[in-house]
Design a protein. Structure first.
Length: 418
């Protein structure tokens, strides 16, 4: 038996080795080495105290917050690995070149000897290191939106009234003002609302607060909003000091605006029906034509009452003066008929313009007279080339009425049609 076993021993050993090699080849074919790249692996920063203990702060751009890691392992191992198994670390004890720090990676959940880290991209991360700064800024409350009709904003008060902002000196030093923005849309009563802090630089651009910290805690900034009621009242002018020349009469006044919105305590508003403007503001004699006057009405507002509008309280007053047996009519340029506009040209004029036409005649005729495209026109038949022209205005009146105004004209611009 022993002799039989020893026969061809070399061949038998060779056959055994061949079998082992064949088994290894088969196993490698069934479970080969492979590589896989895992993207957006978050980077963890360690030993940052190396920087912060020196009174510094650091910044890593958003695009370097993640890296891609390529690993090599048997296919059977790779199939159990995901991005969650990979830990990427940037260590401040491991500096690279040109203000960068190297990144290392490990794979958890498997035997590290079975996995090889082939590549980390990027392999080093640039870091900006800056001095730390702390500055105190006043908080300016600012409203957005519109309160309910019948009310206006009275006061906005921020609590706290200031904030300490800490962070990189270059960012903190760029802050020009701090605004507490609060929405007041639809409000009709006093209230407190949480505000959003917005930082602006001197060019009115917003400053990114990502790298900054604030000493206002979780409560943030609250803004107290107080409102005041409003009331619309008419303006009443004393016209007793307006005098006209012989043959003329005072035909009335008009004011723009004729009503104003006032704000004040509720009991004060209830007692006010109009704002009385004394005769001293409109003192004229020997008038023969219309007069325009700017009147500041603010001195005549009751105590504790003010205007809601930010117009400065100036009202434009027009004093109408007419010749006995005559009347002045305002004809908007848009009511003037353009006759014989040349072919190939377009005519335009100041759409806000007004032509003043004075007509004399019987009172009943003047009372019923209407001046529009039926009887006020310009004839462009002789204006055949593009340009700006002063064109006479023709006024056709009924029998018994005559035109008092002389040399009536408007500016017309003729342009080629596109």
């Amino acid at each position: 038996m022993k002799k039989k076993l020893m026969n061809n021993l070399g061949l038998k050993i060779l056959a055994l080795l061949f079998s082992v090699v064949l088994w290894l080849l088969v196993m490698n074919m069934e479970n080969p080495l492979a590589e896989e790249t895992f993207s957006r692996v978050p980077v963890t920063v360690v030993n940052e105290q190396i920087v912060t203990n020196k009174g510094k702060t650091f910044q890593i751009e958003d695009r370097y917050q993640y890296v891609s890691v390529t690993v090599r392992a048997k296919r059977s191992i790779l199939q159990d690995i995901s991005a969650d198994n990979i830990e990427a670390v940037m260590d401040f004890q491991n500096p690279g070149e040109l203000d960068t720090y190297r990144v290392s990676a490990t794979v958890t959940g498997v035997d590290s000897s079975d996995v090889e880290i082939v590549e980390i991209s990027p392999g080093a991360i640039p870091v900006t290191i800056d001095d730390t700064s702390n500055e105190t800024f006043a908080i300016t409350p600012m409203a957005t939106g519109t309160v309910q009709d019948g009310y206006v904003l009275d006061r906005l008060t921020a609590t706290p009234s200031s904030v300490v902002i800490s962070g990189p000196a270059t960012v903190v030093n760029s802050i020009d003002r701090v605004v507490a923005e609060v929405d007041v849309n639809g409000l009709s009563a006093e209230t407190d609302r949480k505000a959003e802090l917005i930082l602006y630089d001197e060019n009115n651009n917003q400053v990114d607060p990502t790298r900054l910290s604030f000493n206002i805690g979780d409560d943030g900034v609250m803004v107290n909003i107080t409102l005041m009621e409003t009331k619309d009242v008419e303006l009443q002018f004393d016209t007793s000091a307006i005098g006209t020349a012989d043959g003329y009469y005072f035909a009335g006044i008009s004011a723009r605006p004729s009503t104003v919105t006032i704000v004040g305590p509720e009991d004060e508003l209830e007692a006010i029906d109009s704002i009385e403007i004394p005769a001293s503001e409109l003192t004229y004699s020997e008038l023969t034509e219309r007069v325009r006057e700017e009147v500041d009405i603010t001195p005549y507002l009751p105590e504790d009452v003010e205007l809601a509008e930010e117009s400065g309280g100036v009202v434009v007053v027009e004093i109408e003066v007419e010749l006995y047996g005559s009347r002045t009519y305002e004809v908007p340029y848009g009511s003037i008929y353009l006759m014989n506009v040349p072919d190939g040209l377009t005519a335009s004029y100041d759409s806000a313009g007004v032509l003043e036409v004075r007509v004399s005649g019987p009172e009943d005729e003047l009372e019923s007279l209407v001046l529009d495209q039926r009887n006020v026109s310009v004839n462009l038949v002789t204006y055949t080339t593009p340009g700006e022209y002063t064109v006479p205005v023709q006024v056709n009146l009924s029998e018994g009425c005559s035109l008092v105004s002389e040399n009536l004209s408007i500016q017309i611009t003729l342009e080629e049609q596109e």
